[in-house]
Design a binder for this molecule. Structure first.
Ligand SMILES: [Zn+2]
Length: 76
C-alpha cells in the first residue's frame, strides 16, 4: 500500500499517539495501532480503530480531568 500523502512511501504497521481535544481538556491515547508511512510519517487508522477511539473520546468527554493519558491496549 502506497502513502496517499507523499505517494512515494510505503505504509508499514506501527503505533501512534492520538490526541483528542475534549470540551475542557485533552485525551491522549498512547500505542494506537496504525499504518505509518516510512517516508513522511503520515499515520492512517483502520475503521475499527477509529470506532474505538471515538468511543473512548465520548466516554472521556464527561471526565473533568484537564489532561487524561490512557493506553489503547488497556482501554476496554
Ligand atoms: Zn507518505
Amino acid at each position: 500500500m502506497n502513502c496517499l500523502v507523499c505517494r512515494g512511501g510505503q505504509m508499514v504497521e506501527g503505533f501512534e499517539t492520538y490526541f483528542a481535544k475534549l470540551n475542557g481538556g485533552y485525551l491522549i491515547i498512547e500505542n494506537v495501532p496504525c499504518w505509518k508511512c516510512d517516508q513522511c510519517g503520515e499515520a492512517v487508522f483502520s475503521t475499527s480503530v477509529i470506532e474505538k477511539i471515538e468511543k473512548l473520546v465520548a466516554a472521556y468527554k464527561k471526565n473533568s480531568e484537564k489532561i487524561s493519558v490512557i493506553d489503547y491496549n488497556q482501554a476496554a
